[in-house]
Design a protein around this ligand. Structure first.
Ligand SMILES: *Cc1c(COP(=O)(O)O)cnc(C)c1O
Length: 450
């Protein structure tokens, strides 16, 4: 067979359905609880925040959900996304492993986030919602939702974590170009934000605080709803287009992955790639090791507790059973902003507890070294988040070099770094430090679990 490096599907091969992994699991994940009654939340509890279609997808027992044609039309602007074989990286490493990466940086905002932003905006618009509120950390999710809202004629308001609002002016400009309003969080526009500012006027914010602000605004306006870019079941569901495409591309390549790695912030790009492969694994059709990689400074799966906790800082969201560092936890300012969340998708947490996936944490210096090596061989500068997956991929490839094993490695390259280059600047200048999370800080934060 001729040596190919790029596996492209036709537009006609764009998946027609999303895949819901829940019915294929040996047991279902524990339900979200109402923070007041501690009873499982019902659809009525969620109705002020989400449209009916998404509430149904959150709890559905269906294995496959049809992707609306209107959504597939927008997906076709950049999907199907390419799968690459990293031949030049393999050669540089001198590894017998075959390395593949599924690249989501071809989307309008440079990451996987529009895969869920587009259907979320579509279902809200279809149910008559006119305004969406959300938070953003690194700015990727805010950009994706701003783009999706522009597509379906919704207004969009984004609370951007103060630290990144100040450090990342280009993300803010991208959101504004797509027509969104962007506020730094904590802001004085909400009770949650004012409470934080009263305690600490210099607060640089956190994702948990920004979520509280966006949720508060949506709940107060009957014409508004809230949109979340990760963590929830319906978000991971939408992201499974990534894995479904990758499965078909592996057929084209005539190969099967032995190891699949992805980075986890809230778990959506990882779940999106991994779940269709997990289906195949549970059905006995392949047997890849599936490995989640998180930052050593925010080690939710590897050091967090599996417990019910709030998704936000103010305690406005339902209680989610997940791996958490505590809802008041504010991680050190590492460069992979998208991985700085105190919790983890309940579905990923559950699958980890079932022993179906592995997890490890890696410090950021090793990650950026991997990112630079990848850029210099493959020509794509990876976003800071997927450098964590690449670092784990390199560890595996170098193990194969020692043992001579010809393993097939698949890694999720969920975005590029064109608006995150200052992080590379810090690495190249030797200014980057590894922030291990001290046990005492973790214990203090976990003591406040509800
Ligand atoms: C948001 C983001 C992440 C983290 O979110 P997940 O839900 O864990 O995927 C990772 N990488 C990029 C490029 C992101 O934009």
């Amino acid at each position: 067979m001729a040596e190919r490096t790029k596996y492209i599907l036709d537009e006609a091969d764009l998946p027609a359905q999303w895949y819901n992994v829940v019915p294929d699991l040996p047991e279902p994940p524990p339900p979200p609880l109402h923070p007041g009654t501690r009873e499982p939340v019902g659809p009525a509890d969620l109705a002020p925040l989400f449209p009916q279609a998404l509430i149904e997808q959150e709890v559905t027992a269906e294995r496959y959900i049809d992707i609306p044609e209107e959504v597939r039309d927008v997906y076709r602007l950049w999907r199907p996304s390419p799968l690459y074989r990293a031949r030049r990286l393999e050669k540089a490493l001198g590894t017998p492993a075959r390395i593949y990466y599924k690249y989501e940086g071809v989307s309008p905002v440079g990451s996987h986030k529009p895969n869920t932003a587009v259907p979320q905006a579509f279902y809200n618009a279809a149910e008559g919602v006119t305004r969406l509120t959300t938070e953003t950390g690194a700015g990727q999710w805010g950009s994706a939702l701003a783009f999706a809202c522009a597509t379906f004629g919704l207004s969009c308001e984004v609370w951007q974590v103060r630290a990144s609002y100040d450090q990342k002016p280009y993300r803010k400009l991208m959101m504004e170009t797509f027509g969104a309003q962007v506020y730094p969080s904590p802001s004085d526009r909400t009770a949650a934000g004012r409470a934080i500012l009263a305690e600490n006027p210099q607060s640089t914010g956190s994702l948990g605080i920004a979520i509280s602000e966006a949720v508060e605004q949506a709940a107060a306006d009957p014409g508004a709803r809230y949109a979340l870019g990760s963590v929830l079941n319906h978000v991971l569901l939408h992201q499974t287009v990534i894995g479904e495409e990758a499965l078909r591309q592996f057929e084209l390549a005539g190969d099967t992955p032995d190891v699949l790695v992805g980075c986890t912030g809230g778990g959506s790009n990882f779940g999106g790639l991994a779940f269709p492969f997990l289906r195949e694994k549970l059905a006995g059709r392949m047997n890849p090791v599936i490995r989640a990689v998180e930052p050593a400074a925010c080690p939710t799966l590897t050091r967090g507790r599996y417990a019910y906790d709030f998704g936000d800082t103010a305690g406005l969201t339902p209680l989610l059973k997940m791996h958490t560092l505590g809802h008041g936890f504010i991680p050190d300012p590492i460069h992979a902003g998208g991985l700085r969340y105190h919790g983890m998708s309940p579905l990923i947490s559950h699958i980890y507890e079932l022993g179906l996936i592995e997890a490890l944490a890696i410090g950021q210096q090793e990650c950026f070294a991997a990112g630079v090596q990848f850029a210099r061989t493959e020509g794509i500068i990876p976003a800071p988040e997927p450098t964590h997956a690449l670092a784990a991929c390199l560890r595996e490839a170098l193990r194969c070099k020692e043992t001579g094993e010809e393993k097939v490695i698949l890694t999720a390259l969920c975005g590029h770094a064109h608006l995150d280059l200052p992080a590379y600047g810090a690495y190249l200048a030797g200014d980057m430090v590894d922030n291990e999370l001290p046990d005492t800080a973790l214990e203090e934060s976990l003591a406040a679990l509800p």
